[in-house]
Design a protein around this ligand. Sequence first.
Ligand code: LLP
Length: 382
Amino acid sequence: MKELVNKLQDYKTPFYWYDLQLLEKTLSIIKKESDNYGFNVHYALKANANLPILKIIKEYGFGADCVSGNEVLRSLEAGFSSTEIVFAGVGKSDEEITIGLENDILSFNVESVPELEVINELAHKLNKKAKVAFRLNPNVDASTHHYITTGLEENKFGINMRDMDGVLAILKQLKNIELTGIHFHIGSQITDMKVYEKLCYRVNEIQEWFNTRNIHLAHINVGGGLGINYNAPEKDSIPDFKTYFKVFADYLKLQPKQQLHFELGRSVVGQCGSLITKVLYVKNGTKTKFAIVDAGITELIRPALYQAFHTIENLSSERLEETYDVVGPICESSDFFRKGILLPETKRHDLIAIRSAGAYGEVMASRYNLRNIAKAYYSDSL
Ligand code: LLP
């Protein structure tokens, strides 16, 4: 990113910087690799809901995966087709469900019986039939950080298979619901492809279960979760979508005419974004030097929340390396990006890039300490 330093100098820090060329390159690879097998990709807005970014993603013909009424509205604003929207979340409000119903979305990914009953009731009022997929808990361990593991029985997400017979009995009485599929999402930042293989085996077993009950499912949705390389954002800027989709093609037994859907977030936008921040002060501590920068947990909470690793670069300095704790200005001890790292000698006003911040960066920003929300700037599109 060093070559950009003169251009980046122009903007007020901190800000998010998006490399739209990398985004487009990533999108064309996803398109090519998923089209190989006729798979349907929905972009998970929760990773980054920035309008210019959404508009580009939409151009590649993907659907949207939403977890709130506002995300449904935002995806429509960006031009995603309402019939390509899936809507998940354990706690959809009546208002949010109504937004989905009014827009005839592709599927509500339903996470509990009480939710199913409310969707039925609201659909009845609107004289509609809601298309739903059951989010099932496959009890597959994603081997990722426990805060972003979602597919275990102990997690709050999804319905457990042992409750399914009871759920189907209730479903029979709900006249305004059409069951169209089953949905899974086992976690995020998954880099071990074996985990997806395991998910496929489990989905096959679950499909068998539905088959023996004569239930045909029009679609299977395996969620998202494909990880990115936080250690090498430059060298490994595009995840291995080829292998990823091939695992599903090889191991998941689709039935005739059944469609396979994905909900990818981080792998789509993670590497195209950086958080750019300026050094305010360099302070000598007892053990280390602190590089105090003008961004903090308010712009990127991932290191504090998940002990997440982000590559940090000093874009302004070629000087000899020294050890620093890179910390933010927020009044919390957890407000640091990394501790004890080597950076070229760092001075006040140097520009620092915190890489791989395109996913779960800007969307998780807060106004804590009454800070302003940082702006986003974009490299020109192709
Ligand atoms: N589908 C569902 C139902 C999800 O819950 C998620 C992410 C996705 C798809 C997209 O997953 P992805 O492809 O982005 O891994 N804030 C955390 C990540 C939370 C993920 C929440 N769910 C982080 O910064 O690591």
